[in-house]
Each structure stands twice: as structure tokens, then as C-alpha cells.
Design a protein. Structure first.
Length: 333
């Protein structure tokens, strides 16, 4: 009997999903969440046929060098800036991500951050827990936030998650403006009641801005000091995209100096570290990269990663559900 193929799972995952993999593979699943050095990644990947990895695992040419065994790397996320796709393709490794299953959950969370930041939920809770309410009372003109309803929402990056964010705005009677490199079709624009504008117009006109663009080198600091200077001082900024898209130091300065009302941030430059200037501010709601973290969605993401691994190296190979470099399969014929 031939030996079972091996799969490495770089982070703790749902036992049911690991069990699905274990039906066909010898699974080596890590039980603690940690970061691996390039050398460790290289060593772990050297002995396996497939891997399920997280966004903190950077899979590049150096990590893949000399690896002739690995056939599939399934990323636990839709964003895949941790994967060097040309290097994976050159190494003949199929890479996959988890699109679509997280669109609605991530959009929900964007709104959670927007509402929490606009209405000062985090600061108010900290104040209450600190026992200040009985001491100070709440005055009629305390804790005033900014409204969402009836205002203009901006979405920067109008992919599938951006459109899900935009569609929700109808419930708040908001006008929606968006900017994206390519304009949506008329039909898609209608379906999310959104109008395309230049980036500068977006920044100047919107009352609240949600960032949902993918991280690419060109998008680094897409929101920096110059962009923040165009925004209304009453505006709220939400980043559910990627750290590095916002210049966190410039954002902290704008928030501190009252040039922006508030921010809701799920992602950070250099996470898990968070810029000390942001941590020092009360008008920002911070969370540890959890926008897709609902029971249903995280499970669906894990299942999708497992499906991709099974499709490439399983007993009955088929078409991966969400390949990022399908040319690898074509090359094999
Ligand atoms: C992460 C994400 O996968 O899908 C993405 O690109 O950023 C998230 O869904 C998740 O937070 C696990 O790190």
C-alpha cells in the first residue's frame, strides 16, 4: 500500500475540518498560533505534499527553494499578499484562497466598526467599566457622536466585499459613492446604489469612508497624510482591508488633532503590533484582524481550504474551488 500523502496545517483549525483531511492524509496540525521564520516554513513544507496556511505565513521563493514535493498551498483568507504567486507557479504549486464565503460577514463587521467608531461605543464602554458613570453622570451633551443615517458613505475598493458594504447603506438611507480602478457595470452599480467618483472627490465628499481594497505595493499608504487632509473633520474612517493601506502614524496624527472624527481599524501596519499613537487615542476602535470571524464563515473558509487541498492531492483529484494560479494545473495537463 502506498504511503499516505502529508499535509501541514500551520495554525489551529476546526477539528471537523482536520478530520476531513485526516481521512485521506497524514495531517500534521499545529496546535498553537504562532509565526514561523522562513527557515521553519521551509523545513515544514519540505516534507509535505500540501499545506493549509494563514496570512502570517509568507510563502516565497526562498521558502520553496528545492521543494519538489509540495503540490498545493491553501491560504486561509481571501487576501493573499502573503503568497508569492509567481514563485509558487514556478515551483509547480497550486495556490488557493477563500473568496466569497466571507463577503457578507466581513461587510457586517465593517459596519460594526463604523457604527462603533461613529457613536463612540468603545470609549463609552471603557468609561463605564472604569466606574465613571455613578461618579460623573451622563450629561445631555456628553458622548455626542456623528450620525450615519442620511449621510454619504464612501467605499474605496469596490470588489465583492466593497459591494456588500455598499448594499447595506440602503438601510441607513445613505448615499453611496465609491472609487475603484475599474468602474463597475451599470447593473452592479445599480445593485449597490453606488456612484463612481475620482478618489479625490470621494475623500472630499464622503461623511464616512470604508477601505476594502486589496494590498498591493501600489496601494501602500493609499490613505496617508495628503489623503486624510482632504477628508471632512467630522468623518469616520474604517479599515477592514489590510495593514499598510493606511499610514497609521498619519492617521493617528489626524485623529489626535481633530482633523478626523474617529476611526475603526481591524488591520494594522506591522500587526500584531499596533502603532503606539493609535493605542493612546480614545476616538479609535481597534480589533485584532477579525472581520471574517463568525462561526459560520470561519468554518466555511476552513472547509474551502480543505476542499482545495483535496482537489489537488486527494484520492479523487478534481478542479480546485478557488485556485489563484490555475496555470499550474494546465501545465500538468
Ligand atoms: C483573515 C482576511 O483570513 O480573508 C482575508 O483576507 O484578512 C481575513 O479573513 C482572517 O482574519 C484570518 O487571519
Amino acid at each position: 500500500m502506498s504511503e499516505k500523502k502529508k499535509v501541514w496545517v500551520s495554525r489551529p483549525l476546526f477539528p471537523e475540518v482536520l478530520a476531513r483531511l485526516a481521512e485521506q492524509f497524514e495531517v500534521e496540525a499545529e496546535t498553537v498560533e504562532r509565526r514561523y521564520s522562513p527557515e521553519e516554513l521551509r523545513a515544514r513544507l519540505a516534507g509535505v505534499d500540501g499545506a493549509v496556511v494563514g496570512l502570517v505565513d509568507r510563502i516565497d521563493a526562498a521558502v520553496l527553494e528545492g521543494n519538489t514535493r509540495l503540490k498545493v498551498v491553501a491560504n486561509l483568507g481571501v487576501g493573499h499578499n502573503n503568497l508569492d504567486l509567481p514563485a509558487l507557479t514556478r515551483a509547480g504549486v497550486l495556490a488557493s484562497n477563500t473568496p466569497d464565503v466571507l463577503n457578507e460577514t466581513t461587510a457586517d463587521y465593517g459596519w460594526a466598526l463604523l457604527m462603533a467608531a461613529a457613536r463612540r461605543v468603545g470609549a463609552a464602554e471603557r468609561w463605564l467599566r472604569a466606574g465613571e458613570w455613578p461618579k460623573q453622570g451622563v450629561h445631555f451633551d456628553d458622548w455626542l457622536g456623528v450620525d450615519l443615517h442620511g449621510r454619504t458613505l464612501g467605499v474605496l475598493g469596490m470588489g465583492r466585499i466593497g459591494r456588500a458594504v455598499a448594499r447595506r447603506a440602503a438601510g441607513f438611507d445613505m448615499r453611496v459613492l465609491y472609487h475603484n480602478r475599474t468602474r463597475l457595470s451599470d447593473e452592479l452599480e445599480r445593485s449597490c446604489h453606488a456612484a463612481w467618483v475620482e478618489k479625490e472627490t470621494l475623500l472630499r465628499e464622503v461623511d464616512h469612508l470604508v477601505l476594502v481594497l486589496p494590498f498591493t505595493p501600489a496601494n501602500r499608504h493609499a490613505i496617508g497624510a495628503a489623503e486624510l487632509a482632504l477628508m471632512k473633520p467630522t468623518a469616520v474612517l474604517v479599515n477592514i482591508a489590510r495593514g499598510g493601506i493606511v499610514d497609521d502614524a498619519a492617521l493617528a496624527a489626524a485623529l489626535r488633532e481633530g482633523r478626523l472624527a474617529a476611526a475603526g481599524l481591524d488591520v494594522f501596519e506591522g500587526e500584531p503590533a499596533v502603532h503606539a499613537d493609535l493605542l493612546a487615542l480614545d476616538n479609535v476602535v481597534l480589533s485584532p484582524h477579525i472581520a471574517s470571524a463568525s462561526f459560520t464563515t470561519r468554518r466555511a473558509m476552513a472547509d474551502m481550504a480543505a476542499d482545495n487541498v483535496l482537489a489537488v492531492i486527494g484520492a479523487e483529484p478534481g478542479k480546485p474551488v478557488s485556485p489563484l494560479n490555475p496555470e499550474v494545473l494546465a501545465a500538468k495537463g
